[in-house]
Design a protein around this ligand. Structure first.
Ligand SMILES: [Zn+2]
Length: 227
């Protein structure tokens, strides 16, 4: 539905409430016909340059208001989620949470794995994670490899794609013992923390705290920040 001349005239004269102003402004942005009518009316009314400036100014003000409210919303959201994390975990937990990739030694030995797998892992070793992710995703669809799933999960974790990280780290841990592969469980626990799935995280951290392994101390400290 187009905007008739009476409404447009009122709009030009500033004789509209906020809701009507918004509505007409939005419509004018989208509708060429009404924009033409609006411009004709403007000319007809011989509106002074100053008034045009006012209209432009109001439009910009509106733009800034929207931009500002987006920024405020994001800030408040970040602030609240950091409070929630802090209340749940205490201030220290950020010190102990995992931030790094799990190391992988580049393999030069042919025949140790299938060559394709070894080549893909070399991208990981060289830090070429984009190529690694796309090739490993494809590889795992053809042939499941638990180490491939683990390293893929690690990359997704460090990059903040926690739903993908959880998927692959779960594949890398189910049917395996935390005693033999603590690193896989460590990354899964950290993923759960990032996802705020605290119950799942705590259960793994308790396991990791209960025997000698490279993550024991950090797991214990993370657990302590819960209490
Ligand atoms: Zn229209």
């Amino acid at each position: 539905m187009h905007i008739d001349e009476v409404r447009l005239a009122k709009f030009i004269n500033g004789d509209v409430n906020e809701e009507e102003f918004e509505f007409i402004l939005n419509h004018l942005e989208e509708c060429k016909d009404c924009r033409k009518k609006y411009q004709e009316l403007l000319a007809l009314k011989a509106i002074s340059w100053k008034d045009k400036e006012d209209i432009k100014f109001v439009k910009w003000k509106r733009f800034y208001l929207i931009a500002a409210s987006v920024v405020i919303f994001l800030t408040v959201t970040l602030f609240l989620s950091s409070i929630i994390l802090k209340n749940k975990w205490g201030n220290n937990f950020l010190l102990y949470i995992e931030k790094n990739y799990y190391p992988y030694e580049k393999s030069g030995v042919r025949g140790e794995d299938d060559d394709n797998f070894r080549d893909i892992m070399n991208f990981y070793a060289e830090g070429k994670f984009d190529i690694f992710v796309s090739k490993m995703e494809r590889y795992l669809k053809k042939k499941f490899d638990v180490r491939g799933a683990f390293y893929l999960g690690v990359v997704y974790y460090v990059r903040g794609k926690y739903d993908c990280a959880e998927k692959y780290l779960k594949l890398a841990t189910e049917n395996y013992s935390v005693k033999f592969y603590p690193e896989r469980f460590w990354y899964l626990a950290n993923t759960y923390i990032k996802e705020k799935k605290f119950k799942e995280a705590v259960s793994i951290l308790k396991d990791l705290s209960s025997f000698e392994n490279p993550y024991r101390e950090r797991a214990q400290r993370l657990l302590k920040s819960v209490e």
